[in-house]
Design a protein. Sequence first.
Length: 236
Amino acid sequence: MAPSKVIARLALWDDPVPRDGPEQMACDEVLVSLAETPILRVFRWRSPWVSAGFFTAMNDAARARPDLPACRRWTGGGIVVHDGDFTFSLILPRGERLAAERPGESYRLIHAALAEALREQCYAAVLSDKAAGNSGECFVGAVEHDVVLDGRKVAGGAQRRTRRALLHQGSVQGAAKLSRAFGPVFAGALAASVGDWRSPTGLEERVATLTVEKYANPAFLRGGRGSMVFTGAATS
């Protein structure tokens, strides 16, 4: 593995299905349950949404953009408006070296690769060294290891660890309108070898079921339940 790469082999999935907020979150949880190899999912939104971290009050999410629907993420962090941002999820089985890193270090390594990919697109992106702030809105200010451009936060992420895998959800916004072609660039910054990932039979049925039973369920929206190992520095 090349010294600068944090993953040996990565499967890239340019998810072709435009999804709403609850469906996006359900899709990531299903991928965590299926992952046998690292997967980078780049996805599109059916329409603009607000996503709120696992422990964020949904009333706060509704106030961020009252004109948009809001969903609750399985990961932590604060409030993110998904309206033209570049969004992705990275799923790493627990046997992967990166998944075994301490939470802050895995966050740093993923974002270092993201900043490298942005620099390849001619954006002078670097990692923030600021301590965490108190704002509930993710892109109000940068915290340590967020990606910044000209002193302004343009990318952040949040994580959840299960017995099976590490899930990192991320958003890039405010720098420029990145095209979906940025997915392979980011994948190449993360991994020494990148291939395509094909969704298995029955994936969409499992996503639809989990969407109804959990992520669109009013009980989950009122307040999630479950163990959180790391809420990340801030975003989706």
